[in-house]
Design a protein around this ligand. Structure first.
Ligand code: DC
Length: 226
């Protein structure tokens, strides 16, 4: 039995299985669930609705000038998580092509990250939560009780995203888009995708969802009970 109100962090690249694993773990522990990628995606959607796609010069300056006009939020239920942009719930559109193509550029900017960092810390502060993202164990909540880094081969990750059917029309374009985002997310200057100190690495390429969950749950129990 895990009886505490822990913060569990799950970082890793796109398609590594973070969302499915994090939600199952949160339900099992009776904890809340936060998908921080959806906050960056909702913000990107807000910027697109203000005209980001039409901006060709000085995009970073334009984004930083517009970001304050967009409020994002989340309902942290593991059973029915919701994301909001300016008070309206956002759905599949944040997983669509336009948002996916722009989100890495948007999320690399310090003016974006600083606002979302505060929001994420406020949401996490009560504890009892599984949080997934790129920099949760390294920057957002390095003091987490248990930290994980999920990864998988690029081909396996592209296959999973393709099967979800939301990010591309053919498997090669999905693979290309993921590889591009991996590159931007892990080489950016501010809070790059990285393996947090003390994180347990789980390669999910050959594992089922259940196997990943069992492995992580065992580690959570070990960490929280020791
Ligand atoms: O997990 P995802 O694919 O929905 O994330 C979308 C983008 O958001 C990802 O390309 C990088 C960014 N992101 C981030 O910079 N930091 C996080 N903690 C989560 C996501």
């Amino acid at each position: 039995m895990v009886a505490m109100e822990p913060v569990v962090t799950i970082d890793g690249p796109s398609g590594a299985g973070k969302s499915s694993v994090a939600r199952v773990l949160a339900k099992r522990g009776g904890w809340r669930y936060l998908d921080t990628g959806s906050l960056y995606r909702a913000l990107t959607l807000g910027l697109l609705s203000r005209g980001l796609a039409q901006v060709s010069n000085q995009r970073a300056e334009w984004i930083c000038a517009n970001v304050a006009a967009i409020r994002v939020g989340a309902d942290l239920s593991a059973h029915d998580p919701k994301t909001f942009c300016n008070g309206a719930e956002v759905g599949h559109e944040i997983r669509g092509e336009a948002v996916t193509r722009n989100v890495s550029e948007v999320s690399a900017l310090p003016c974006v990250r600083s606002g979302l960092l505060l929001l994420q810390r406020e949401l996490i502060a009560l504890g009892g939560i599984v949080v997934e993202g790129r920099d949760i164990g390294s920057v957002v909540w390095p003091q987490a009780a248990a930290k994980f880094y999920l990864t998988a081969d690029l081909k396996a990750r592209a296959q999973r995203r393709y099967a979800e059917g939301s990010t591309g029309i053919d498997i090669n374009s999905v693979e290309g888009s993921i590889a591009e985002r991996d590159q931007v997310d892990s080489t950016r200057v501010h809070s790059p995708l990285t393996i947090a100190e003390g994180a347990m690495i789980v390669d999910t390429t050959e594992l089922t969802l259940e196997q990943v969950v069992e492995r992580i749950w065992d580690e959570i129990e070990r960490k929280l009970l020791s």
